[in-house]
Design a protein around this ligand. Structure first.
Ligand code: FAD
Length: 624
């Protein structure tokens, strides 16, 4: 087909305006690059394909990190969230996580408005059917409507759309998501170019008509009051807040599911793609846990202006004549009407093992992949990668070194390192257990870890950075004061110690020592210490965590220091592992296949032993 070549040469072209694409495009444009964002349907920008919620365990951490670096997701959910909760408040600070229900349409509309108002950012509708290469040089992209767009760098964020195939029972049809066209052609070209294209699947529940649910028989669950924002720059949440409701399946529901298994595309062998282990469909749960009498579901509102609700954890690809009696078997849902059926979707992804830590592909210079195309699942995982790909494409255009976050700096760093070092054969989602330095990577200190990096690349504005610097100074000063302040044993202090049964505390004890006691928090300190009372809550929180967890934090910092040497030792790009003496054939093959960038990455490849790492480091020294 002959192409009409558009006159502009963009610095960055982003393909796909999902959660990855929006962050990528905003980052590049905010860093001053002329950026084109192309997407199949402009009315589906930042659409939530599955659950209308942001955050949750480990995912909340990602959102805070995106915010600290200067991304948009946290501010978008703060402006459109209709129920906010902090999970695990009774557990340690490392695993506390924020989660919010979104008004799905408002979320999408606000993100589109932010994109439209962004300088340097051009939003256009178009389906990319292929990369445009001159020889081996990437020059731009071609679209279905016959327009060729030229760009210096390209970021692919195609989500579940490449060769998307929707399944409802044994019926299937092409689609990128229910109601959206698939992306056809692009993944074939990627395969021809040498990328390892694989097939994954995921599923979503039916959307139900809230008017046909008897909510009086369900247990309401309210959000936190007051709701705590995600973003370090949001002062407070102003959206109206609404409850979710809890319901349960029962043995009859499971019987109905079992009666339809022979027509499940999964069990009948129609679906080839591998599904998310951690987000199983209801038929998977019923088959895998036959003794479980009930499964819980949260009935989540999809927005303030719609009756549609989302039954979480109830995804299925069973036929509609099973879906209807199944949902109706749940107490309170006896008369429920389905507005959109549940379905599963299969799609093409590209194994992220073929990426560098900057998310640039190893095969084609200036091409980046981010989001579900890399085999991940989840909005937050996608957004985190999109942001990094956007930053790195912009840095490339500016001739600067890429920004790579370490495993000790951010969950985003852990995720990208996992993906590019190990690749993935099944949908990858974030968990706190994937991070070895969990106590350092908390939600509450995401700004301490990453604000400066966001400012350095030009994403965090000076004004916000100024706020952060003041906070950081206050935390340092308060920590210093707590460590040096000593009890003089005046009347107030003596009264306080007696009241809290702290008779063993002596004159001259530091406030830090007192705060380390499990029964004492800043709230108690404030009873006799006037400065504590004046200290802003976000400063108190940092100092309190630093004091209470000091031992553990120091131990993790030691481990980070020891690992730093390996992380900082690069492996030459064309290194011939077969010529290194002392490595087993298995290790040689793994290294040759994975092509790690550093000794640290090499050490995380399963089968690459500590012995092999020392052999490698000696070989590197010998090479000098
Ligand atoms: P998407 O949000 O899919 O966005 C991709 C964007 O790219 C779209 O706007 C699309 O139009 C555009 N696009 C694609 N190809 C082209 C092209 N060639 N040219 C131009 N534009 C293009 N996640 C979970 O964590 N848990 C779940 O249970 C879960 N279930 C899901 C169920 C279903 C049915 C679906 C569809 C998704 C589910 N997800 C789930 C995944 C979640 O939606 C994604 O992880 C997340 O949206 C990925 O973001 P993304 O930006 O990578 O891609």
């Amino acid at each position: 087909m002959s192409m009409h070549c558009y006159e502009t040469i963009y610095d960055v072209i982003v393909v796909g305006a999902g959660h990855a694409g929006c962050e990528a495009a905003l980052a590049a444009a905010r860093m001053g690059c002329s950026t084109l964002l192309l997407t199949i349907n402009l009315d589906a920008v930042a659409l939530m394909s599955c659950n209308p919620a942001i955050g949750g365990l480990a995912k909340g951490h990602l959102v805070k990190e995106i915010d600290a670096l200067g991304g948009e997701m946290a501010r978008n959910i703060d402006a459109t969230g209709i129920q906010f909760r902090i999970l695990n408040t009774r557990k340690g600070p490392a695993v506390r996580a924020s989660r919010a229900q979104a008004d799905k349409q408002l979320y999408r509309l606000r993100m589109k408005r932010i994109l439209e108002q962004q300088d340097n950012l051009y939003l256009k509708q178009g389906e990319v059917t292929g990369l445009y290469l001159e020889g081996e040089e990437l020059r731009g992209v071609d679209t279905r409507s016959g327009i060729r767009f030229l760009g210096k760098t390209v970021i692919l964020t195609t989500g579940t759309f490449m060769r998307g195939l929707i399944h409802i029972g044994l019926t299937n049809y092409p689609g990128g998501r229910a109601g959206d066209l698939p992306s056809v052609g692009l993944s074939d070209q990627l395969g021809h170019l040498g990328f390892q294209v694989g097939r994954l699947k995921t599923g979503t529940p039916a959307r139900l008509d809230g008017r046909t649910i008897d909510f009086s028989r369900l247990e309401p669950q309210y959000g936190d009051d007051p709701p705590a924002p995600f973003s370090f720059s949001t002062e407070r949440i102003t959206m109206p807040q609404v409850p979710c409701h809890i319901a349960y399946t029962n043995p009859r529901s499971h019987e109905i599911i079992r009666s339809g298994l022979d027509r499940s595309p999964l069990y009948a062998g129609v679906i080839e793609g591998i599904g998310p282990r951690y987000c199983p469909s209801i038929e998977d749960k019923v088959v895998r846990f036959p003794d479980k009498e009930r499964h819980q579901t949260f009935i989540e509102p999809e927005g303030l202006e719609t009756v549609e609700v989302y039954p979480s954890g109830m995804s299925t690809s069973l036929p509609i004549d099973i879906q209807i009696p199944f949902y109706r078997s749940i107490e309170g849902l006896e008369r429920v009407e389905i507005m959109r059926p549940a379905y599963a979707i299969e799609y093409d992804y590209v194994d992220p093992i073929q990426l560098r830590a900057s998310l640039e592909t190893k095969l084609i210079r200036n091409l980046y992949h981010a989001g579900q195309i890399n085999g991940t699942s989840g909005y937050e995982e996608a957004a985190g990668q999109g942001l990094m790909a956007g930053i790195n494409a912009a840095l490339r255009v500016k001739g600067r070194e890429p920004l790579v976050l370490g495993r000790s700096e951010a969950y985003i760093g852990v995720m990208i390192d996992d993906l590019v070092t190990l690749g993935t054969k099944e949908p990858y989602r974030m968990f706190t257990s994937r991070a070895e330095y969990r106590l350092l990577l908390r939600e509450d200190n995401a700004d301490m870890r990453l604000r400066e990096k966001g400012h350095d690349v030009g994403l965090v504005r000076d004004e916000l950075f100024g706020h952060f610097l003041r906070k950081r100074e206050m935390v340092a000063a308060e920590y210093e004061r707590i460590c040096s302040g000593r009890l003089a044993m005046n009347d107030r202090e003596q009264e306080f110690l007696a009241l809290h049964g702290l008779g063993d505390i002596q004159k001259g004890t530091s406030l830090e020592h007192l705060l380390r006691r499990p029964e004492i928090t800043y709230k108690e300190l404030a009873e006799f210490d006037d400065v504590s009372r004046e200290t802003p809550p976000e400063v108190r929180e940092q100092v309190e965590i630093q004091v209470k967890y000091r031992g553990y934090i120091e131990r993790q910092l030691d481990q980070v220091e020891r690992a730093r040497k390996l992380e900082g030792t690069p492996l030459p790009e064309g290194m011939d592992y077969f010529s290194v003496n002392g490595l087993t054939t298995e290790v040689r093959e793994k290294l040759a296949k994975n092509r790690p960038d550093t000794l640290g990455q090499a050490s995380r490849i399963p089968g690459v032993t500590p012995a092999a790492i020392s052999v490698l480091s000696i070989a590197l020294k010998a090479k000098g």
